[in-house]
Design a protein around this ligand. Structure first.
Ligand SMILES: [Zn+2]
Length: 310
């Protein structure tokens, strides 16, 4: 069974704190992913706010960091460009890494940059982070505006290039515009259910229903503030979000998007990536079939990846 995590911020953590991607005392490293077996990890190339003049340079530094690690640890991890790569790499016992940009500021307002980032192996792009950029508004900078004309051209070009569009962090109007504009399924790589936890980063029921219509997937975020209003979250709160979303739109639209190393605190029982098998085992102990657990663990994201990136 593949265990696919659609979001971690470990690359930024490694760059900022000068720690080792292979082994560190943070929430995620290659050694633990390798030991989990059958790991597919999206590595976010996070563009910090307020650095738009250097956004592309920052993106290139983080992409380079992951590529250097692939050269340094060829027995442990390989960068995947499509689902065929993912299946081959994991069958060889290695971690399959997907390069994903978090923050369309990296494009510097140019479709040519998007195309070149795709050439470098980037397969997913979160259109915004929390703030407004050339593409759309983020959830913390919501003027009520939707996709800009440039944003619309980015969505169309991503459809053409077969890149995965990620709507975690985008404001509501932007979300609806993306759904209208995109010909392909989209993902919310790391967002939970707003009905259970009112955080602005979560998706409301109408958004979840639209995601079902679109054939997309949302990845369960482990940030305590996105799991419970009182933030006293445990591993069981992740299960509660899974059960709620499964009840509303079906199990086919749920995946994992840990946000490891992007969150200051973790739920009890999910302290790091080594705990992912515990989460899977908990689902087995509930009334889920093996096939349903496989879908949540990674099968649903693989379905979207297969359809979009090939
Ligand atoms: Zn994020």
């Amino acid at each position: 069974m593949l265990i696919l995590d659609a979001h971690c911020d470990t690359l930024s953590e490694v760059l900022d704190k000068k720690i080792d991607l292979f082994q560190n005392s943070g929430q995620l490293d290659l050694k633990r992913l390798y030991e989990n077996k059958n790991s597919v990890q999206f590595f976010a190339v996070f563009i910090k706010p307020g650095h738009s003049a250097y956004a592309l340079t920052e993106a290139l530094k983080l992409i380079d960091l992951l590529k250097q690690a692939a050269v340094q640890y060829p027995e442990t991890m390989e960068i995947a460009l499509d689902t065929k790569d993912i299946r081959r790499i994991t069958s060889e016992g290695k971690v399959a890494a997907i390069i994903s940009i978090e923050g369309g500021d990296a494009l510097s307002g140019e479709l040519s940059v998007l195309r070149m980032l795709h050439e470098l192996g980037v397969r997913a792009l979160g259109l915004t982070w929390n703030y407004r950029n050339q593409i759309a508004d983020g959830v913390l900078d919501d003027t009520g505006g939707g996709l800009t004309p440039f944003g619309k051209s980015v969505v169309s070009e991503m459809n053409r290039l077969r890149m995965l569009i990620d709507v975690s962090h985008i404001n509501k109007k932007g979300f609806w515009d993306v759904l209208e504009q995109s010909k392909n399924p989209i993902i919310a790589s790391h967002s939970n259910a707003q009905t259970l936890c009112g955080h602005v980063r979560n998706l409301d029921d109408n958004q979840l229903l639209a995601l079902k219509e679109n054939g997309g997937v949302t990845g369960m975020n482990f940030c305590p503030a996105f799991l419970r209003d009182d933030q006293q979250a445990t591993i069981d709160d992740v299960i509660k979000h899974i059960e709620y979303i499964a009840g509303l739109i079906g199990i086919e639209h749920i995946g994992l998007g840990s946000d490891f190393d992007g969150i200051a605190r973790t739920p009890t029982g999910l302290e790091g990536v080594q705990c992912l098998p515990d989460l899977i085992n908990r689902l087995f102990r509930l009334n889920y079939t093996k096939q349903q657990v496989e879908m949540i663990a990674g099968g649903n994201f693989m379905r979207v990846l297969q359809k979009v990136i090939g």
